[in-house]
Each structure stands twice: as C-alpha cells, then as structure tokens.
Design a protein around this ligand. Structure first.
Ligand code: GDP
Length: 445
C-alpha cells in the first residue's frame, strides 16, 4: 500500500530538501510531479487539485521560500496537506458512548471483508477494552454466512447469537439486542448482509435494521484494492443510510492508496480502522499523521513502537525509537532492530514503518519468508569492531575487504549495507526536523 506514491513523494520532497534555495517555479515543478503521482495512485481529481493548490498557496511567499531551509519548510507543508487529506491529525476512535448494550452496525458490499472485520473488532474490544461482546450475523442471503461468523466468534473467544432458521434480518437484530440486554453484554456487533452491488433492497434492509437498533456506530467496510470504487461506494452508503466511520481492508495488498486519500473529502466519513491481513489481530487504528509519514518515506516510528509493544520487547522498542529520534542510532541498534523485525512477523509491513527502509521491501520475499538480506546484514555487522559499529564512517576500503571476508559476503554487500544505513540516518534526521517528536511521546504514553 502507498508504495509507488511513497517512492514518488519521497523522491520529489527529498530533492527539494537538498536545495539551498527555492523559487516559485521549483515548487510549481515539484507540484506537477506530485499531481501526476496522486493521479496515478487513483486519488480523486478534486482532492488532487485541492491538495496541489493548498501546497502552492502556503509555499509561495517570502516566509517559506526565503527561510533558512526552504526545502524542509515545503516538506512540512506537504506533510500537513497529506494529513489534512487523510482526515486530520489523530485517530478517530470508535464511539461506544451509549447505554449498554451498544450496537455497532457493520455494512458493506459482499467480499469487502465485513464479516472478518466484525470478528476483528470483537476481538479488539474483548481483549483491549475488556468488553463483553456479542456477535450476530443478520445475513440470511448467503446460507454459510451465519456459520462463518459463528466460527470467527469461536476463534476470537467471544459469544455469537445462536442461529435460528427462518428469521428475517430485522427479527435477528431485535433478538440480538434482547439477548444482549438480558445477558448483560456491553457491545453487540451486527453483521449485515452484503450484495455484489448497491441496490435499493440492500439499503432498505440496512435502514430497517438501523431503525430498530439505533446503532452508536454504523461502520462501512470497503476494500482498499477497489480504489475509487471504494470511495463511490462510501458516498452512496453515506447518503442512503448514514455512515459514522469507514474501515478500509486489504491495506496489506498493493493498493495504490487513492481510496485512503480521497475518502474523507469525498464522503465526509472518517476512516477509523484499517485491516492489514486475514488474521483476527490484523486491525489497526487509522492515524493520518502516521500514514502521511509513511507516504513521505519518513516511516512510522510511533506505529512501530506500538506494534513492538504488542508483540515483543517493549523496552527495547522504545529504546531504539528514542535513539532514532535523538539521531544517535548506530549499527548495533540496527542489528537489534533486525532481530526485533524477525520476531515481529509481517516484514514488509514493518519495513514501511522504518524511516528510509521502504525501498528494502522489494528485497524481502514475504511469501517465502526470505530474509537472507537481514541475515547478511547481521553477519556483516558482527564482523565489525565496536568502534566501526558506532561510527561506520571510519570504515575504509581495506577494512571493508576484511569485514566481507569475515562475514562470508562481498565488499559490494558491505557497501550496500553502509549505504542503506546512511539512507536511514538521513531520513531519521529529516523526521526530527519535521518535528514529529510529539508522536513518540504519544506512542509511549
Ligand atoms: P464479506 O463478504 O464482506 O463478509 O467478506 P469476508 O469477511 O468473508 O472476507 C472476504 C475475504 O477477504 C476473506 O478471505 C478474508 O480473509 C479476506 N480479508 C478480509 N480482510 C482482509 C484484509 O484486511 N487483508 C487481507 N489480505 N484479506 C482480508
């Protein structure tokens, strides 16, 4: 997700950052490239126009162009405009502020990932917020749908409404709410039927269920891979039944990212959660500022710290992140990071979160779990002296040969690693300059 967009954005913004002076024409030229990149990523045209105009307006003028580092100033403006397009800073949390049982209505087209997402949300609320959750499938269209949800509930270790044959969706919804009231559930997740396309019958059914349950959240599930169709679907759903939030699934795929960037402006509905895999724990909060960081190649350190905290050594994760932010990250830290990454699972997903590492994704074959590149890097680093690991700049040609021989690699491999590390350091400095330190505090709070 966002890969080609990120390649282009980080290229254009990186170039600007390197220049000592900038003219209006330089900014205009950069914005031409940004515009093309956004259109290629399937961002809706009005959103692209608005974005480019905003950046141009804020960039021209003495204050920015004549500042000490105009490139950095423009990068900050682009970063802010991206955050705006993605919905504004901060994740929008699920609204569970209602007397229990709180109904959450799940809507969307068939195949969007609605049922899976219902299970993911149930698991998240049950484990992180200790809610007593009841899952209920209102899908009477597909015979296997109710069974599928029941199995998901078992995997998530939450309750599901017993299946009663012959009931209408509205009857099942009422029964779910009655059961929840009687048995003291905190949250009821109602998974409605999907259709292959939007039709009046589907919308009617959703409206009827909405009117008997009064949901606190009506969450629309859309597939990021469908691009602008996802945005159009959201627009239609919002107009017909009212949508309080969007869950965008398949963020783990190679969707170009246009849907995420267009959603808020075109539909008005915030993206609240994203799905990044088939497993039940592959659900994340949507933080526009972190996504913007990833698009600009600045990584997502806050997201990384959270993920590390969930899966492994929290102290180590925080220690590394702090060193990154302080610009004191060295090759020993990088080796420690590789060990953590290997423990964390989805490698390409994590690489996108590391400043300057996005491009390495191509070198790692996720499916085969081919992490040879990391093993190589670990071998090379362990053949260096302590001093070399702290300040790699001191490594001269003769030492490179020895390090290569000692690690069973080539001088070219050693050079590649050093170049990679250099890129990371540059990106980390840029992250610091953009003042994203607040993110760290937020993540470790
Ligand atoms: P529904 O028809 O909308 O209820 O869709 P399902 O929940 O049955 O999901 C359809 C398929 O998409 C299933 O194979 C899911 O495992 C898969 N799926 C759902 N969410 C994601 C996601 O975020 N990433 C990936 N890769 N697959 C997903």
């Amino acid at each position: 997700m966002f890969e080609s967009l990120s390649d282009k954005f980080s290229g254009v913004i990186g170039d600007l950052g390197k220049r000592g002076t900038l003219t209006e024409a330089d900014v205009a030229e950069a914005m031409r490239e940004v515009r093309l990149a956004m259109l290629e990523a399937d961002v809706a045209l009005p959103v692209v126009k608005d974005f480019v105009n905003k950046v141009k307006e804020r960039s021209v003028g003495a204050e920015v162009l004549e500042s000490i580092s105009p490139g950095q100033a423009v990068a900050k403006i682009v970063n802010d405009a991206l955050i705006d397009a993605l919905g504004g800073a901060g994740a929008v949390p699920l609204n569970l502020n209602a007397a229990p049982p709180v109904p959450i209505l799940m809507v969307g087209l068939q195949g969007s990932g609605k049922t899976t997402t219902s299970g993911k949300i149930a698991l998240r609320l049950a484990t992180r917020e200790r809610k007593k959750v009841l899952l209920a499938s209102l899908d009477t269209q597909r015979p296997a749908a109710q069974l599928q949800l029941q199995q998901l509930a078992e995997r998530a270790k939450v309750a599901s409404l017993p299946i009663v044959a012959g009931q209408t969706p509205v009857e099942i919804a009422s029964r779910a709410m009655d059961t929840a009231r009687r048995e003291g559930y905190d949250v009821v997740i109602l998974d409605t039927a999907g259709r292959l396309s939007i039709d009046e019958a589907l919308m009617d059914e959703v409206r009827q269920i909405r009117d008997v349950t009064h949901p606190a959240e009506t969450l629309l599930v859309v597939d990021a891979m469908t691009g602008q169709d996802a945005v159009n679907t959201a627009k239609l759903f919002n107009e017909a039944v009212g949508v309080s939030g969007v869950v965008m699934t398949r963020m783990d795929g190679d969707a170009r990212g246009g849907a995420a960037l267009s959603m808020r402006a075109i539909t008005g509905a915030p993206i609240k959660l994203t799905g990044s895999g088939e497993k039940l724990d592959a659900l994340e909060e949507f933080h526009p500022e972190r996504v913007a960081g990833r698009i600009l190649g600045l990584g997502d350190i806050a997201g990384l710290v959270e993920k590390a905290a969930d899966t492994l050594d929290q102290e180590e994760g925080e220690r590394l992140a702090k060193k990154m932010m302080a610009g004191k990250f060295d090759l020993d830290d990088y080796a420690s990071q590789i060990r953590q990454i290997q423990k964390m699972g989805s490698i390409s997903g994590i690489l996108g979160m590391l400043p300057g590492m996005g491009k390495m994704k191509d070198m790692v074959d996720e499916k085969k779990l081919d992490t040879t590149i990391f093993k190589k890097h670990q071998a090379i680093i362990s053949s260096m002296t302590k001093g070399e690991r702290k300040t790699p700049d001191i490594i001269k040609a003769s030492r490179k040969k020895r390090i290569a021989a000692g690690s069973g690699t080539t001088v070219q491999d050693v050079n590649k690693l050093l170049k990679q590390f250099d890129d990371m350091s540059t990106m980390m400095k840029r992250v610091n300059k953009l003042g994203l330190k607040g993110l760290m505090r937020q993540a470790s709070a």
